[in-house]
Design a binder for this molecule. Structure first.
Ligand SMILES: CC(C)(COP(=O)(O)OP(=O)(O)OC[C@H]1O[C@@H](n2cnc3c(N)ncnc32)[C@H](O)[C@@H]1OP(=O)(O)O)[C@@H](O)C(=O)NCCC(=O)NCCS
Length: 143
């Protein structure tokens, strides 16, 4: 397996993985919509912190990351992470996250943050296994 930075030619394979892996969680979109979203992600991300995993030229998973700029804060943020379901449980997401962390550390960043839905138990378990801690709490009620 090879881990490398994401380029424009990877947009369609990334959108295909999003169709399989992300749509069941975030809602069903068409491939065309996911291609547009993947292209937007590539524009919005910090390319040097965004990686994909591939084997024999086939994209297996991806992680888009950026420096999130808030009014009083800026921090490295994982915008999107997904692995093709056929490739789950092989450590691919772990490799991608570690590669981004390694690159962030070279630039002296000392945190990396993801957002996850509470019902996304798989994702939460991986983040927790890797030492991520829940940090921000949003309080919300139906109105
Ligand atoms: C969440 C997701 C990215 C995880 O991808 P993955 O590549 O399967 O994750 P990993 O293989 O790195 O880790 C999964 C499990 O494999 C284990 N693992 C790590 N390295 C491994 C290896 N070399 N061999 C086998 N298993 C390994 C991990 O410990 C983890 O085990 P556990 O959680 O059962 O204890 C993937 O399920 C996915 O795309 N889900 C849908 C999209 C999504 O939820 N994205 C995140 C949004 S916040």
């Amino acid at each position: 397996m090879n881990i490398r930075n994401i380029t424009k030619k990877d947009i369609e394979p990334i959108a295909r993985i999003a169709q399989e892996a992300l749509n069941p969680i975030y809602g069903i979109g068409t491939l065309e919509e996911d291609i547009k979203i993947a292209a937007k992600m590539l524009e919005m991300c910090e390319p040097k912190y965004s990686f994909l995993a591939e084997e024999d030229g086939q994209v297996l998973g991806f992680l888009f990351a950026r420096i999130q700029k808030e009014p009083y804060d800026e921090f490295p943020y994982g915008m999107a992470l997904a692995v093709s379901p056929a490739q789950w449980n092989k450590g691919i997401a772990t490799h991608l996250i570690n590669k981004t962390i390694e690159t962030l550390k070279q630039d002296s960043w000392d945190t990396f943050t993801f957002h996850a839905l509470p019902e996304n138990k798989r994702a939460l378990k991986i983040y927790e296994n890797m030492g991520f801690k829940t940090k921000k709490l949003f309080l919300s009620k139906s109105i």
